[in-house]
Design a protein around this ligand. Structure first.
Ligand SMILES: Cc1cc2nc3c(=O)[nH]c(=O)nc-3n(C[C@H](O)[C@H](O)[C@H](O)COP(=O)(O)OP(=O)(O)OC[C@H]3O[C@@H](n4cnc5c(N)ncnc54)[C@H](O)[C@@H]3O)c2cc1C
Length: 396
């Protein structure tokens, strides 16, 4: 029988005690294990599937510093500073490409907001500017600026993308080299709590004692929090994404439009990768790819870049955003339950923010002063809203 076998016994024995148990082996769980290892803190990552099997391995992995609030822009800028030296630091390729983000401006109202954003972003030292239609086509020659309904675009050349699998595994391998443990195909079934304090976790392979448990379970974070008696306002949103066959490499940036919801970039091997919110918003854990998405995506992308109508879609797939009422992450401690740390609710930007967010959480767990304030992202910001009311504020 398997439970008596040496392999089973070894797994149970291996996972008895750690300083920090991290639920979820996506980019955030693995990056946090690494950041903790730098501070001499033992961490165990518990992943019920393979690493990056959640949103991380299904995402566009775009990295954008062009945010409309100073706090978010600062988080993203610091993350890019880390991304830029991550290959050297972790000793592995992460597939970083800084080809820029070109964000469409559709009308005068958009333009006013873009000017404000650019001025604030420049005050933080970001190299960002506003392009006219001709400059847009110089940078992305396949664009039909009139067809996309744009009058200009903002552009930041140091934005870009990385490979989500390579980045997650680079963090995970570096963490393991520094002493962290990673348990794949191990499911967290319960959070152990005694007298208002976290005491560890129960998995399908045994218990792990820990005074700190981090909830980095992506779109399943709400379920993990429920195990500890904590209610999160997070909602899983189904998102679809597609990739085409390889074509000649012609453009570097990620092209996006907040109005149309579309984003697309060209991979170094030539494929066009992109997504758009489905015509109907779908919440919950339904995973099947749909024809309406493909029609909506093809219709919009060929309006932006008509030449792409000659290119075949190779594959489409789905993943989940873990969405909070204000589409910002939930980070840090939870009032009334000592040792239970949140690292979730990342919506569509959990990959790009992961280097800085996990550094800040590691500082918090190590008892250091976080190098950027994260209080405003604590769960308690939602206390003044009723849960029904919160649903109305969900951003896709
Ligand atoms: C289509 C799509 C496109 C996106 N594009 C971008 C983008 O361009 N840029 C960007 O920054 N972000 C993007 N995102 C968002 C980004 O993917 C996520 O915010 C990020 O990957 C979240 O990482 P994570 O580690 O927090 O969660 P996840 O990667 O979801 O990892 C959570 C892990 O927890 C595990 N888990 C759950 N329950 C349990 C349990 N009980 N026991 C053990 N393990 C458990 C899951 O298996 C999963 O592997 C996109 C997302 C999608 C779906």
């Amino acid at each position: 029988m398997f439970p008596c076998s040496w392999a089973y016994w070894r797994v149970v024995k291996m996972i008895e005690k750690t300083d920090v148990a991290i639920v979820g082996g996506g980019i955030n769980g693995c990056a946090l294990a690494y950041e903790l290892s730098l501070r001499g803190i033992n961490a165990a990552v518990i992943e019920r599937n393979y690493l990056a099997s959640g949103a991380t391995g299904r995402c566009g992995a775009g990295i954008r510093q062009q945010w409309s609030t100073k706090e978010n822009a600062a988080l993203a800028i610091e993350s890019v500073r880390i991304f830029e030296h991550l290959e050297d630091e972790l000793g592995s390729d992460i597939g970083l490409k800084q080809g820029g983000y070109l964000i469409a401006i559709h009308d005068e109202k958009d333009m006013g907001q873009a000017e404000k954003n650019v001025s604030m972003q420049r005050s933080l030292g970001l190299d960002v500017g506003i392009l006219g239609p001709d400059e847009m086509v110089e940078i992305v020659p396949i664009l039909d600026v009139e067809g996309m309904g744009a009058i200009g675009a903002t552009f930041c050349p140091t934005d870009g993308n990385a490979d989500p699998f390579k980045t997650t595994y680079a963090y995970a391998n570096a963490a393991v080299r520094n002493g962290a443990k990673i348990y794949k195909f191990t499911e967290v079934k319960d959070i152990l709590v005694e007298n208002g304090k976290v005491k560890g976790i129960k998995t399908d392979k045994g218990k792990i004692k820990a005074d700190v448990v981090v909830n980095a379970a992506g779109a399943w974070s709400k379920k993990i929090a429920e195990m500890a008696g904590i209610e999160l306002p997070n909602v899983p949103y189904k998102k679809e994404i597609m990739v085409t066959e390889r074509v000649e490499y012609v453009f570097d940036p990620m092209v996006i439009s907040f109005k149309d919801g579309i984003y697309f970039s060209q991979q170094e091997e030539g494929q066009i990768l992109g997504g758009i919110p489905p015509p109907e918003t779908v919440t919950g854990y339904e995973t099947s790819p749909t024809l309406p998405f493909l029609e909506h995506m093809s219709g919009t992308i060929t309006r932006y870049a008509p030449v792409l109508k000659h290119v075949n879609v190779l594959r489409q797939w789905t993943g989940f955003y873990d969405v909070t009422p204000d589409a910002l992450p939930i980070l840090g401690e939870v009032e009334g339950l000592e040792g239970f740390i949140q690292c979730n609710g990342f919506s569509g930007h959990g990959f790009m923010l992961s280097p800085m967010v996990t550094k800040l959480l590691a500082e918090l767990i190590a008892g250091e002063k976080p190098s950027l304030p994260i209080d405003r992202l604590n769960l308690k910001r939602f206390e003044s809203m009723e849960f029904d009311e919160k649903e109305k504020y969900v951003v896709g």
